[in-house]
Structure formats: structure tokens, C-alpha cells
Design a protein around this ligand. Structure first.
Ligand SMILES: [Zn+2]
Length: 580
């Protein structure tokens, strides 16, 4: 610990430890020095050191050590937060989060319903306050959590919404259901063919059920008027506040289309940003769309360059190689299962982009020095993505572009070995994963993957043995965003219904899980020199918890409660019931 000390330049005054002030005063105070004492500070440095205290000057960590050491070094007028034994960690980082709660504010929230009639009742209630023809939107439903154990269909919704188009997005975002009014507007009928990369779900007689998957959704979703600028701004502000309340201070946002990037810039200028954002732009499905995205990215500074001193980064591009595990559209070698014992015919999913076009698109970005993160869930999609990265890196060796594999659910042995090699040789090939899939959509996942594949899901323990680093995340709105759920899922691998179909052979301990939500995630945001661990020279992004993550039973980790969050040494959240 001692070797980590940096001498303070400021004169050292005698410090009165009893000088603790309530938090409210800190937020208003102008002094730039702050110390935290009497804590269990999990630093997540290379030795996983624990400290008692740390000091902050101008938002940066100056020293980490014992109470005595820190108090001796701190200037007299430094503010003091006495942690009274509580545990602090680096601010937690979500490496894949659709960073937007606009839907949650203005749409119908369906993530907590337990049967289809509840969804129908909510649509009925909303329809009563809408003019004929006005859209009704909702999101978050999941047939795995419904007692009906089936999709919501147009015929469920039609009786309560005869005069309004309705669109309800599934929790995965990879499918949704339209009512018949919306299907008519979208010109979807019995005769409509499935689009490339999409599925129009049909009943036994060939009639569309209302459920549209992947690219088939666009026929309906393109008709829905976007939220206003003010609504979207409110959605971002709510997301930032809710992140801070969970001890979270940074996110990689994989979809900054429309006005989102401008809104991020606007909030930053107004000093209202309280979460660091590493933004990806969607590259589309064609060379034409890729070139347009490439031009936009070339006009921005490349990471680790940033706006607002590490607050906002134009990170690179997001592409999709395939679809979803829950929707059985992800691209796999062996057929999907409809139920644990019944195959879904010969369905092996499909690529989202023509595979050779994908390769050309990645080449464009790679050769231009742009970071690429590709959505790949199925084993076949993951192989294609890592092989593409490997070939292009061989052709044009470039270190540090850190190309990512988003979700990376069931990598083959070949993919795992390739990622290990790419990380070692090129600082590339990083799985950007979501442990809470095993929990929140774990029951539909288990059924779809089948007994053999589900053991391979999120193979964290294998990664550890192969020296592969990965990042944690929520894929919010797919799963709830609090990172504590991901920490817990990485260890227990339990589904919402309480079963463990994925086994525990690939579990890791809390020390490793925490790295995936801190320093390893920071690396995939190109911010590892600034955040991700509590060490001298780094920004003071810190979360204080009511319990000690390292000593409580694993099952309690999902219930830890954030009491205080600092971003660059400033309090951005204090729990209303906190006694700190
Ligand atoms: Zn996503």
C-alpha cells in the first residue's frame, strides 16, 4: 500500500478527525480536498488491496492508505467523510447499456406483469386516454415470466384497442407484438413474406400472430413517431440519476442514433452529466450505411480522447452479427429448442448481416483505426466475428482497437482460444457480457439453448483460466441495470425461477466478478487510466455500500444498497436513509 503513495504538494496541516460534516454540506462546499476515512475500501488494484482511507484533490485520488497516513497527509481544510466501517468500491461500470429511460417514463411498463391479462388491462387503460389513431407503446414483457407461457398476440390486444395502433416490445428488444390495427398500418398480412434477417410469427393457418422478430419489427416501429427532444432528454436525466443511485458512474451505450449524441453534448455543457458515456454508433447492415457511419466517426476525436475530460467519448461502431437467444434467432450450429425436450424444427437462426458484407464492413472500420463491437449471441455468429477480427488483425496488425464481442453467450473452444490470442497479441477480442441474462431471461434461455449448450453459457471460469478478460453489463432494457444483479449472477448463475440449468462450473468469485464491472469494463471504455480502480492519479468515482461485498454470503450480493456515490470527487447521490 505504502508504495502507492504520492506526496501531496499542498502544505500538510493538522487534521481534526472529528470534523465530520453532513454530506449535504460537502456538496455545496468549495474546498477541493476531501478524505474518506474508517472504511473498507476495495481498491481493485492489481493486488486487490484493501485500504482504510483515501484522499481526493480536485476530483482525483491523491493517496490511499490507513486512517493515520491519510489524515497526516491531508490539508487542514479538507472535508471528511467518515465511512463508519462501510465498504467502498470504484464506481461500477456497465459495458453494454441502452442508456435511456424515456420508455419507462412515457410508455407502458410491462417488466413486472405475471400474465397476459395484466398486459391487456394496461393497454385498455392507456387506450382510454388516447385519441383514435394515436400510438400506444409499451415494453419489457417476457413470456418466460408469464403464467400463460406463450407470446402476447394481436388477438389478445385487439379487443381493448380497436381504434389505436399498439406496439409492445419484448424485454430482449429482439421482438415485439403489434395489434391488428398496427399490422394493417404496416401492411403485414398473410401474403407478406419474411424480410431478410427477420421473422413474421404465424399461427398454424399462416396468419400473422402479431409477433414480429428482428428486422421484421421495422415495418411497425418505423411508423411510430419518435419521442420529443424534451422527452428524450428527461429519459437520459432519469437514467443518470438512477445509475448513480446504484453506485454506477459509467456506461457504454451501443446506440446513440438520432439526437442522443447531441443531448449528451448538451447535458455535458450544462454540467448535468453524472455518468460517463462511451457511445457507439450503429453501422447498419450494408456497405453504404457503414460508409456513412465511418464518415461520422472520422469527424470525432477517437478514444481515449474525450469530451469533458473523460466524461463523453465517441467510441466507435456497433454491428449485429445475429439475433437473440430468447427469440431463437441467434445464429447457431445446431437447431434451437422450442421447449427443453422439443427441437424448433431445423431452425438454426440466421446472420443479421450477410457474412461477407460484415467482413467488408469491419475491414473498413478496422483499417480506419475505429473500434468495433459486434453483437454475437450464437456459437456460429461468435466464430464468424472472432475469425473476422483475427484475419483483419493479421492483415493489418493494429494494437489497442479492442474490438469487442457483445453478449458472446456460447463461444466455442475455437472462439475462446482465438479471443485469448487476440487479447494477448493485439489488445483486441473482448467479450462484453451480461451475467444477468442467466437470471432475468434465464428460464427462456435454458429452454431455447437445450441441455448441452446451456452449460457453456457465459464461461467465466474458463476465461479466467485462459487469461481472458471480459466485461460485465446489463444490456438494459433487456435486464434491470443495477450492476449488483450482474455481480451476483456471475457467482450463482440462478434463473428467476430459482433453478440452475447453467450449472456452477463456470462461476467465478466476487473478486473476479467485481473486476468485470470495474477495471476490466473501464478498459473496454478506453478509460482504464482514469477509472475502474481506486489508486493515486485516478478520478475519484466511488460507490459506498451498506454491506461488505467480499464477506457477505453470495446470495446477499444482489441486495446490497448504495449509500453514497461520488463522481470525480463530487457527491452525485446520497441515499435518503443513509446515516453517513
Ligand atoms: Zn444490446
Amino acid at each position: 500500500m505504502r508504495s502507492h503513495f504520492v506526496r501531496l504538494v499542498a502544505p500538510i496541516f493538522f487534521l481534526i478527525a472529528a470534523f465530520a460534516l453532513p454530506i449535504a454540506c460537502f456538496a455545496q462546499s468549495s474546498s477541493s480536498d476531501l478524505i474518506l476515512i474508517n472504511g473498507k475500501i476495495i481498491t481493485v488494484d492489481t493486488k486487490d488491496s484493501i485500504a482504510q482511507a483515501l484522499s481526493i484533490h480536485n476530483g482525483k485520488i491523491v493517496a490511499v492508505g490507513s486512517n493515520d497516513q491519510i489524515q497526516k497527509l491531508a490539508p487542514k481544510n479538507a472535508q471528511v467523510i467518515d465511512l463508519h466501517g462501510r465498504t467502498a468500491t470504484p464506481g461500477l461500470i456497465d459495458s453494454h447499456c441502452h442508456f435511456d429511460e424515456t420508455d419507462r417514463i412515457y410508455g407502458i411498463e410491462l417488466s413486472n406483469i405475471t400474465n397476459i391479462s395484466e398486459a391487456v388491462a394496461l393497454v385498455r387503460k392507456t387506450a382510454a386516454s388516447r385519441k383514435p389513431g394515436e400510438w400506444i407503446q409499451g415494453s419489457g414483457w417476457d413470456e418466460g415470466k408469464l403464467s400463460d407461457k406463450r407470446y402476447i398476440t394481436a388477438s389478445d390486444l385487439d379487443k381493448v384497442s380497436p381504434d389505436n395502433p399498439v406496439w409492445l416490445t419484448h424485454t430482449t428488444g429482439h421482438y415485439g407484438v403489434a395489434n391488428s390495427f398496427a399490422l394493417r398500418l404496416a401492411k403485414i398480412s398473410n401474403d407478406t413474406k419474411d424480410p431478410t434477417g427477420g421473422t413474421i410469427d404465424r399461427d398454424a393457418s399462416g396468419q400473422p400472430t402479431g409477433v414480429l422478430k428482428e428486422t421484421a419489427m421495422a415495418a411497425v416501429t418505423d411508423l411510430i413517431p419518435p419521442y420529443t427532444r424534451e422527452q428524450q432528454r428527461n429519459g437520459l436525466l432519469k437514467m443518470m440519476a438512477d445509475f448513480n443511485a446504484e453506485g454506477m458512474t459509467a456506461a457504454k451505450d451501443p446506440g446513440t442514433e438520432g439526437i442522443r449524441w447531441d443531448l449528451y453534448q448538451e447535458l455535458l455543457k450544462e454540467n448535468k452529466s453524472t455518468v460517463r458515456i462511451f457511445a457507439l454508433l450503429y453501422g447498419g447492415r450494408t456497405m453504404e450505411s457503414a460508409r456513412a457511419t465511418f464518415a461520422r466517426l472520422q469527424a470525432q476525436p477517437k478514444p481515449p480522447q474525450s469530451f469533458g475530460d473523460g466524461m463523453l467519448l465517441s467510441g466507435g461502431v456497433k454491428l449485429y452479427m445475429d439475433g437473440s437467444g430468447g427469440g431463437r434467432t441467434a445464429w447457431v450450429y445446431d437447431p434451437w429448442y422450442k421447449t427443453p425436450s422439443e427441437l424448433d424444427g431445423h431452425n438454426t437462426g440466421y446472420p443479421n448481416i450477410d457474412p461477407s458484407t460484415y467482413r467488408q464492413m469491419v475491414k473498413l472500420f478496422h483499417d480506419g483505426g475505429i473500434h468495433v463491437s459486434t453483437h454475437a449471441v450464437g456459437d456460429r455468429a461468435i466464430d464468424w466475428v472472432v475469425d473476422t477480427y483475427a484475419d483483419l488483425l493479421k492483415e493489418k496488425p493494429t494494437k489497442g482497437l479492442r474490438h469487442g464481442i457483445i453478449h458472446c453467450n456460447i463461444p466455442t473452444d475455437h472462439a475462446i482460444d482465438t479471443m485469448a490470442r487476440l487479447q494477448h497479441d493485439y489488445d483486441s477480442g473482448y467479450p462484453e457480457t451480461q451475467a444477468p441474462f442467466m437470471w432475468w431471461i434465464g428460464d427462456i434461455y435454458a429452454a431455447s439453448f437445450g441441455a448441452k449448450r446451456e452449460q457453456r453459457l457465459m464461461p467465466y471460469n474458463t476465461y479466467t483460466h485462459k487469461n481472458i478478460i471480459w466485461t460485465g453489463g446489463s444490456d438494459y432494457f433487456v435486464t434491470p441495470f443495477p450492476a449488483r444483479y450482474g455481480l451476483w449472477s456471475s457467482i450463482v448463475r440462478t434463473t428467476l425461477s430459482g433453478s440452475q440449468p447453467f450449472g456452477t462450473a463456470e462461476s467465478v468469485d466476487i473478486h473476479t466478478a467485481l473486476r468485470s464491472y470495474t477495471i476490466w469494463a473501464a478498459h473496454q471504455l478506453f478509460l482504464e487510466d482514469r477509472i475502474g480502480s481506486l489508486e493515486p492519479g485516478k478520478d475519484a468515482d466511488i460507490a459506498v455500500w451498506d454491506r461488505d461485498l467480499y464477506s457477505i454470503p453470495s446470495d446477499d450480493i444482489k441486495n446490497i444498497h448504495c449509500e453514497l456515490t461520488l463522481l470525480r470527487g463530487k457527491v452525485v447521490y446520497t441515499a435518503p436513509d443513509s446515516k453517513l
